[in-house]
Design a protein around this ligand. Structure first.
Ligand code: FAD
Length: 282
């Protein structure tokens, strides 16, 4: 069982607990992006186990009638073992998901994985999607200098693109180092895609300035978009925004929750304060 405090950020250890959480979200008009926690596997059996768990999960989502999709990590599906392993396992997950009409997001990891991740995304988006129905999405990071070119390359790919600031500590040769520069780039990327993309834009940010900018661009260009935030972060805003826009909550679950929870607690003062208050009972 996930202990109190951690259960604000992680939906449970089992798929059933995760789907219970999704049911509550859907009741408040928020959709879900479900992620089984796991990354950087160096053995094929862990990769196979998580890929099988995702294939089972799409069946559960479809049977339950819940409004939920998946997000998978490349290194969870074998990228550390080789690009061929990753592509094979990812294709099997996307194939099962498409059978059950469940959408699949691919998270983006550090910059050494960007090419392999975008190549796999593009191939599957073209194979499974078309202009009327996107089946796959990928995340891009505003802190990477290359992202502007990537976003141009992805413009005619029939899939969704999630924009985030970037969670990995990257070298200056490949990434902007100042948060103000990353914010500026994020806004500028949104301007580019709201003007040129046909839709399928995911705004993966808790930052009110980024979300307001996306809403203003949507009002100006009419381009479809969705707001995506993490479980446990600015949930009141998620429920408020869901009254006017599509909002997805990223819902992690699984027994490998400790390192994810540790990251959430240490990345921001607000989260740490929440944790300490809960521990001290105040
Ligand atoms: P920040 O720059 O961290 O904060 C800006 C402002 O947002 C703050 O000043 C505050 O007003 C508000 N805010 C932020 N956090 C909080 C909080 N905890 N409580 C209250 N207010 C807050 N990164 C990747 O590299 N790859 C991925 O695949 C990926 N997927 C993601 C999917 C989703 C749905 C989300 C939401 C994020 C994802 N990220 C991913 C993480 C992302 O790159 C950022 O590290 C993370 O979202 C922090 O940036 P931010 O835009 O939310 O705001």
């Amino acid at each position: 069982m996930i202990p109190p405090i951690a259960d604000r950020f992680v939906a449970g250890e089992s798929p059933a607990e995760a789907l219970d959480h999704v049911r509550q979200l859907n009741g408040q008009h928020v959709k879900a992006i479900v992620n089984l926690l796991g990354e950087h596997y160096d053995d094929r059996s862990s990769v196979r186990a998580d890929a099988a768990a995702y294939r089972a999960l799409v069946g559960d989502i479809s049977k339950s009638g819940l409004d939920a999709c998946l997000s998978v990590k490349p290194s969870q599906l074998g990228l550390d073992l080789g690009e061929d392993v990753f592509r094979e396992e990812l294709a099997a997950v996307v194939d099962a998901a498409a059978d059950h009409d469940v959408f699949v997001w691919i998270d983006m990891e550090d910059h050494t994985t960007t090419d392999a991740t975008l190549d796999a995304f593009e191939a599957l988006a073209r194979e499974y999607g078309d202009d009327d129905q996107y089946r796959v999405g990928v995340c891009v990071q505003a802190n990477l200098r290359r992202t502007r070119d990537d976003v141009e390359r992805l413009a005619d790919v029939p899939g969704k693109v999630r924009f985030v600031k970037g969670a990995y500590d990257e070298p200056a040769a490949v990434a902007y180092q100042q948060s103000a520069r990353v914010d500026q780039e994020y806004k500028s990327l949104l301007e580019y895609v709201f003007e040129r993309y046909d839709g399928g834009i995911g705004v993966g940010s808790h930052d009110p300035a980024m979300i307001d900018h996306a809403i203003a661009l949507h009002d100006e260009h009419g381009t479809d978009f969705e707001i995506q935030m993490l479980m446990g972060v600015r949930e009141t805003a998620q429920f408020d925004l869901a009254e006017s826009y599509p909002v997805y909550q990223y819902v992690p679950f699984g027994d490998r929750w400790k390192s994810y929870f540790y990251r959430r607690m240490t990345e921001r003062k607000e989260n740490l304060r929440f944790g300490l208050r809960a521990i001290l009972g105040r």
